[in-house]
Design a protein. Structure first.
Length: 197
């Protein structure tokens, strides 16, 4: 005599899965799979202090020995990270960047950061070099005073001010004053080289 699985399960008191229960389990697994790959709010807590890790591989000028070397694109680790951009926004205010670049990056005695004209370049590594090493005529060097993590957070926020980040990762509101549109609502600007090297 052959016994089927369903009759054995019924004899033991177990009920077969209904279609609704199967679809609920499947939907739960799909949701868990989708959220496991989301790194929007990844936070880095194990960075070295400011004086321990100096970056020397960022090219500042065009002069170099031999032929032109190919440049590998450098991206901010916080480029599309809402938490990192929010921290950059907090640091922008805390380090008084507003004194020179304006409350929302509109410019004051320093150049504006929310338009498409960039004197020293708009790439992440160029913005990093500007913050870290400073620039002539007023931009101080923060390289030995800030850890790399905070400089990269500032880079991500500066990129968000000119609309170079995804709208979903830019901070959506401005808690200080609403002097300009929030970063997530600004139209993208295509950066152009505007000044000296």
């Amino acid at each position: 005599m052959q016994v089927s699985r369903s009759s054995t399960a019924r004899a033991c008191g177990a009920r077969p899965w209904t279609a609704a229960a199967r679809s609920a389990v499947l939907a739960g697994c799909a949701l868990a799979w989708l959220t496991a790959g989301c790194e929007r709010e990844a936070r880095r807590y194990q960075d070295l202090p400011a004086g321990a890790d100096r970056q020397t591989a960022i090219r500042v000028g065009q002069l170099e020995p031999g032929g032109r070397q190919p440049e590998a694109p450098v991206q901010s680790p916080y480029q599309d990270n809402a938490w990192g951009i929010g921290e950059g926004k907090r640091l922008y205010s805390a380090f008084n960047c507003t004194g020179c670049h304006g409350l929302n990056g509109g410019g004051a005695i320093g150049p504006p950061l929310m338009d498409d004209k960039w004197i020293y370049g708009a790439q992440a590594d160029q913005i990093y070099a500007t913050i870290s090493q400073g620039r002539p005529n007023g931009m101080p060097s923060f390289g030995g005073h800030l850890p790399n993590q905070q400089i990269w957070q500032l880079v991500a926020y500066v990129e968000s001010m000119s609309g170079q980040t995804k709208a979903t990762s830019s901070p959506g509101r401005n808690d200080d004053q609403l002097g300009a549109l929030p970063e997530s609502r600004r139209s993208p600007q295509r950066p152009v080289q505007a000044g000296g090297k």
